[in-house]
Design a protein around this ligand. Structure first.
Ligand SMILES: Cc1ncc(COP(=O)(O)O)c(C=O)c1O
Length: 463
């Protein structure tokens, strides 16, 4: 009989149809996936059904889902309020695309502004990536400057300007207070167009960089809670706000991950800080693709077509010309079906958020208590309805470099053990909870953890 050395060895025994599907998918899609993030080794599990807090794979195993569409599904899978909102929009309005202004655009904007007082005006996009891209363009036009600074270890979407120093090797990353830009994609180089890289939670580091480069620095973009679970020190975020105001630099809070998760009003509510621009995505679409940029009206208005002409306007122009306005467009921006789904989500979250926080706390406490009792160096880190499971003794996480010191090998073993026990997140990923998670899911998850912890502690691995 084959000796099973690790939880990974068992994986293939349980997920044969996923493997077969992925082999087929590789003939049609690069790497077999529609987005690089969906890939993991040896092959991802292929899902075919989602209900509430649960996902079912093609081998007919059910899992409690903690990936929740990378945090997008704040109400869980197939929430009835979202299904009805989507159906009502299409049946009552008769179309799912007006191609003109429509009333939900303003209704939705008001719902956002209620929770994000820093937002005076906003623009819709189709993803978080597009939102951060637009925020940077707005900042560049508004300030007349060109360079952008981002933090080491932070992700803002998959495009050239931002694909630097997300997960750099420490050999290439430079000094802790003066990180180097490290390319993260084959089309990206250090050629003068790269962003400045700021150290997260390092005040002297940002002071030095911003004071040195403020004259060409249009924007600082930051995940105000790194990856949704590592908080900034209040002194750091206050100093960042002060410096950007002093030097006329647009401060962009990328709250695509943290919006309606770290608090209903995002990280800015927690820190009591008003950024100049905020980007949102994920939760606000209720599982459908969306993003938005909101903030100071003077900045947003640089994209206002009523100021003059636009790219497609033939013949007679207004008082301006195309090059005076930031051109931003999209056939699907402000899509009515998506806004209906998003509005239903925001309305429901206003009722459900406290419960989601309680259930997140009980899961985190349960995991930490089990780890302590069984004697494993495991803890959780998080904010609001997102947390991560960290395998490291006496863990104090302040930034990306601390994460490099954690035991990701054991965390991965744990993840695969949990997959086999019916608890899903992509290996090494964070946990995002939803209004659909309740006591039943937490009890189920903690039982799986108890079994996995004992097996990993005993070195017995899975059989
Ligand atoms: C903080 C942050 N910004 C931007 C993005 C990109 O959003 P999207 O995947 O919707 O393009 C993500 C996605 O995970 C994110 O976490």
């Amino acid at each position: 009989m084959k000796k099973i050395e690790s939880s990974l060895d068992c994986y293939g025994l349980e997920t044969e149809r996923s493997l077969n599907y992925m082999n087929e998918a590789k003939k049609h899609l690069p790497g077999g996936v529609a987005a690089n993030i969906k890939h993991f080794e040896p092959y991802p599990i292929v899902m075919k059904e989602g209900r509430g807090a649960w996902l079912k794979d093609v081998d007919n195993h059910w899992y409690v889902d903690y990936l929740m569409g990378y945090g997008a599904l704040a109400l869980g899978h197939a929430h009835p309020k979202i299904r009805h909102a989507v159906a009502d929009q299409i049946f009552c309005d008769g179309t799912c695309l007006f191609g003109t202004p429509h009333q939900l655009e303003v209704e939705f904007a008001k719902a956002i502004k209620k929770h994000y007082p820093s937002i005076q005006k906003l623009r819709y996009t189709n993803s978080g990536t597009e939102a951060t891209q637009l925020a940077i363009r707005l900042a560049q036009v508004f300030t007349g400057k060109n360079k952008v600074a981002k933090c080491e270890g932070h992700y803002h979407g998959g495009y050239k300007e931002m694909l630097y120093s997300i997960n750099p090797s420490l050999d290439e990353a430079g000094e802790i207070d003066l990180p180097l830009p490290v390319p993260e994609s084959a089309d990206v180089k250090v050629d003068g167009n790269e962003p400045y890289i700021l150290p997260f939670n390092h005040i002297e580091g940002i002071e030095h960089l911003i004071m040195t480069h403020h004259s060409d620095l249009a924007a600082v973009i930051i995940e105000p809670i790194q990856a949704g679970y590592i908080m900034a020190d209040q002194t750091y975020i206050d100093r960042l706000r002060q410096l950007t105001l002093t030097y006329g630099i647009v401060l962009i809070f990328d709250e695509v991950k943290t919006g309606f998760r770290s608090a209903l009003g995002g990280a800015q509510e927690k820190y009591e800080i008003e950024p100049d621009l905020t980007t949102l995505g994920k939760v606000i679409g209720g599982g459908f693709p969306i993003g938005l940029v909101g903030g100071k009206k003077d900045i947003l208005d640089v994209s206002s077509p009523s100021r003059g002409a636009d790219v497609f306007e033939a013949g007679e122009k207004g008082q301006g010309s195309a090059k005076d306005i930031l051109f931003h467009s999209g056939t699907y921006n402000g899509h009515p079906t998506i806004l209906a789904a998003g509005l239903a989500t925001i309305n429901e979250m206003e009722q459900a958020y406290a419960k989601v926080l309680d259930i997140t706390t009980s899961l985190r406490e349960g995991i930490e208590t089990l780890a302590k009792n069984i004697g494993l160096p495991v803890t959780t880190y998080g904010a609001g309805s997102i947390f991560n499971v960290i395998w490291k003794k006496d863990c104090k996480l302040k930034h990306y470099r601390d994460l490099q010191k954690t035991n990701t090998k054991m965390r991965k073993e744990l993840d695969f053990a949990l997959l086999q026990a019916g608890v899903y997140t992509k290996p090494l990923n964070r946990y995002s909870l939803s209004a659909a998670h309740g006591k039943e899911e937490v009890d189920f998850t903690l039982q799986a953890y108890e079994k996995a912890f004992h097996q990993l502690k005993g070195g017995a691995r899975f059989s």
